[in-house]
Design a protein around this ligand. Structure first.
Ligand SMILES: NC(=O)c1ccc[n+]([C@@H]2O[C@H](COP(=O)([O-])OP(=O)(O)OC[C@H]3O[C@@H](n4cnc5c(N)ncnc54)[C@H](OP(=O)(O)O)[C@@H]3O)[C@@H](O)[C@H]2O)c1
Length: 297
């Protein structure tokens, strides 16, 4: 049995990984998160409540589990919040990643570190590839880029996984995602404002899990983009959700970035290429329509 540690196991991506990997007979999965288990299934995995900013607590965790693979999803990822709470963002996104990466090296654990399309400035005229120069435009992106560099320098056996606009069904208590938010508002007959000039390659949460499982089984190191294959605007995502639900578009109000009340800088076009992940890992994501159908079926 391969011991696997998942940080941020109460989070949206962490929970999906916890559920998927603990259903495999060959993994022994431990989840850790700041708060206690959101949805306990004691027969399937271990859960250890841990603050990963605390170096002693993380060392204790590694002594106890000796993970062969550590999947690091815990992060402060609310872009607007990071902009105004920089010290808090540094402590979790940068400093805790350094603590984990150092423990991974000491205990011989492979580190799979989650990152974001927001490391890019959104000015490219093509889908971003792994070797394109990052240039974050907001503080969240800056912290994640620093975390990528620390993970790579402190832990030789590392893979950095960039995902973007991850959608799927959240558990109660988890933050929403664009597809869920749009569906909720349409079902409540409420209008929803969505940006029409920010382009993304949205990612079905099950595909993040699928790609990471391939990375667990692969010796490959470096950066991988694991996202969807369709580049669309946020407004397009809303229209597709309405289509899958069999609803009209009348409640969807497209807006441009310039007219948004939130002035946190956001990159315009951050669609990422999955060519490397498909070629080297055999990654095969769903189309946006397939992902939404799976989510709402
Ligand atoms: N979701 C997306 O669309 C998206 C897009 C791009 C990149 N990403 C990246 O993907 C990763 C996962 O994102 P996500 O959306 O799944 O995150 P999330 O739902 O916000 O979950 C993050 C989890 O981190 C845990 N956490 C916070 N502080 C902690 C601490 N001090 N010690 C231990 N755990 C702590 C929280 O646990 P508790 O709930 O127990 O407090 C929370 O559940 C992040 O690295 C993010 O940057 C996500």
């Amino acid at each position: 049995m391969l011991p696997i540690l998942i940080t941020g196991a109460n989070g949206f991506i962490g929970r999906r990984l916890l559920d998927d990997l603990s259903s495999r007979p060959h993994y022994e999965v431990t989840g850790c998160s700041l708060h206690d288990d959101l949805c306990p299934r004691a027969d399937a995995y271990r859960f250890l409540q841990t603050d990963i900013r605390d170096i002693c607590a993380v060392e204790k965790l590694f002594q106890e589990i000796c993970p062969a693979v550590t999947i690091h999803t815990a992060a402060l990822s609310a872009t607007e919040y990071c902009e105004t709470h920089r010290r808090e963002a540094d402590r979790l996104n940068i400093e805790a990643t350094a603590i984990l990466a150092a423990c991974c090296r000491q205990y011989g654990s492979r580190l799979i570190h989650l990152s974001t399309d927001f490391v890019f400035d959104g000015t490219a005229t093509h889908l971003y590839r792994e070797n394109d120069e990052p240039q974050p435009v907001n503080y969240y992106g800056e912290t994640k880029l620093k975390s990528e560099r620390l993970a790579a320098s402190l832990c030789p056996d590392h893979a950095i996984v960039r995902v973007e606009v991850v959608y799927g069904t959240p558990l109660p208590g988890q933050h929403g995602n664009i597809a869920q938010l749009v569906a909720n508002r349409i079902r409540n007959n409420e209008e929803i404002f969505v940006v029409s000039d920010q382009l993304r390659t949205p990612t079905y949460v099950g595909d993040v899990s699928q790609g990471i499982e391939r990375l667990i089984e692969s010796p490959r190191r470096g950066i991988y983009h694991l996202c969807g294959k369709d580049e669309v605007s946020i407004a397009d995502i809303a229209y597709r959700v309405a289509d899958v639900l069999g609803e009209g578009h009348s409640l969807i109000r497209p807006q441009t970035t310039a007219t948004l009340p939130d002035k946190t800088p956001r990159p315009l076009r951050t669609g990422m290429s999955i060519e490397k992940a498909c070629r080297e890992l055999g990654y095969r994501p769903l189309s946006l329509e397939e992902g939404l159908r799976r989510m709402f079926s």
